[in-house]
Design a protein around this ligand. Structure first.
Ligand code: AMP
Length: 435
């Protein structure tokens, strides 16, 4: 039998590991997760966004029809499965398509327009695991669906993500922004792009040769060295936008100016998905941390609802990867401040006292008092040592005598001073000490 590896504790590992590109979110990292979720929730509350959580599995066609067959997400990265009933479902690779489906299916437009929605949950992409690229990762999404396609909403989405980064103390970020036009100007631009690249076919990678026919905008997205070199010479979409798209983009930028949010115009930013129209954006950390990839990214998708068979519905939104935020926070040594939770340690001496201590814990918890214990240790000395190690300031001790007297010993762990308190006054006494 092959020798099994050992972990840091010298415990033998089993053959079971988390799947490649998928990780355990460990207790030690919860402070980051809590901080990020709280920041997102607070922003949602301030700007009146409401949480929506669609199912993790959806009809695979929902993503094919909206994100596009040609996109990497659908073509290479979607986890699909066939159910026993014969349905082909996919683990969601993103939220937008599901949100739009849910908006349509649940007639959310009736509640009011636009609908401001947010998400916080896992998505799945069978990508090659590398820096900033996991196969299961969490996204925070903010979307404004319905109403009018007012550029102020594009700016509001960008503002919210920018505020999220500020709130997490991720400073000096770089916002890249572009417009990918509409049904009027995009086909003309695509044609110009095709003409340009046709003269350089020999320099293109295999994927781009295919994209040249199917989705020429994606040529601007390619990371292949020889294709990258060509991008700078390619026609610039910003010069070719129709009057309406140009006015829309100008207004978005004016709102950003008004908010004093700086940006970089990036005419090569097209994003990988088919459903975008007009504004697209990505925000990066500064310096070395930018290598992790975009933190938030998003844009406008006014035609997506039509792909689903609904009426044209203006929509704009974006998503940010939580693991990337945490990686940047760690690299920049941003440690989330955690409010020390006040706790009392409950200790027992003897079997009868253990039962009473168990009941006491329940009454404390009901009163909102957090507890610590070392129930697996029977010796009182060992229990108090554990309390010391945890740094809990107050301990409540129950022994035989206390049971008969209906009292509890309250011990100040810092001074070692102890006093006997009647059981029916203990909650009040603990709260008084905390004040
Ligand atoms: P996208 O829909 O690809 O624009 O993704 C939105 C955001 O999700 C990105 O800007 C990243 O922050 C995050 N993200 C995308 N793909 C991955 C991945 N494979 N691993 C971790 N985070 C990702």
């Amino acid at each position: 039998m092959p020798k099994l590896k050992k972990n840091k504790n010298n415990e033998r590992l089993t053959k079971f590991r988390s799947p490649r590109g998928m990780y355990d979110i460990l207790p030690i990292d919860q402070q980051y997760w809590d901080r990020i979720e709280t920041a997102a929730k607070n922003l949602a509350r301030s700007y009146n966004f409401h949480r929506i959580e669609p199912p993790i599995l959806e009809d695979a066609d929902l993503f094919r029809k909206t994100i596009g067959e040609e996109s990497d997400v659908v073509e290479k990265e979607m986890y699909t499965l066939k159910t026993k009933g014969g349905d082909v479902l996919a683990l969601r690779p993103e939220y937008t398509a599901s949100n739009m489906r849910a908006y349509l299916q649940n007639s959310l437009s009736r509640i009011g327009q636009p609908q401001k929605l947010y998400n916080f949950g896992p998505v799945f992409r069978h990508d090659r695991p590398q820096l900033g690229r996991l196969r299961e990762f969490w996204q925070i999404g903010f979307e404004i669906i319905g109403g009018t396609n007012d550029p102020i909403f594009d700016a509001q989405i960008i503002l919210i993500f920018k505020s999220l980064l500020d709130e997490l103390k991720i400073k000096n970020t770089v916002l890249k922004i572009n417009s990918v036009g509409c049904r009027v100007c995009r086909p003309i631009y695509k044609k110009q792009l095709q003409n340009f690249y046709k003269n350089h076919e020999k320099e293109l990678c295999e994927d781009c040769l295919r994209r040249l026919k199917t989705n020429p905008l994606r040529l601007l997205d390619c990371k292949n060295e020889s294709c990258v070199k060509l991008k700078d010479k390619a026609p610039n979409f910003l010069d070719k936008l129709c009057v309406t798209c140009s006015a829309h983009f100008k207004e978005v930028l004016e709102y950003l100016d008004e908010l004093k949010i700086s940006y970089v115009l990036d005419n090569q930013l097209v994003r990988g998905l088919d459903y975008y129209s007009r504004t697209v954006f990505e925000i990066f950390a500064e310096g070395k941390e930018s290598e992790i990839g975009a933190l938030p990214g998003g844009g406008r998708y006014d035609y997506l609802m039509e792909f689903l068979g609904g009426h044209t519905t203006p929509a704009v939104g974006g998503a940010c990867g939580v693991e990337r935020l945490i990686a940047v926070m760690k690299a920049k040594e941003i440690i989330p401040a955690i409010k020390a939770l006040k706790r009392v340690f409950v200790a027992h001496a003897g079997e009868m006292a253990k039962k009473k201590a168990f009941v006491l814990m329940k009454s404390l918890e009901t009163e909102g008092i957090a507890i610590s214990e070392a129930l697996s240790k029977e010796s009182l000395k060992a229990q108090l040592k554990a309390a010391d190690k945890e740094g809990v300031p107050l301990a409540l001790i129950l022994g035989q005598k206390e049971i008969y007297e209906s009292s509890v010993i309250l011990r100040d762990m810092r001074t070692g001073l102890q006093e006997s308190i009647s059981l029916d006054r203990i909650v009040e006494e603990v709260k008084k000490r905390w004040k």
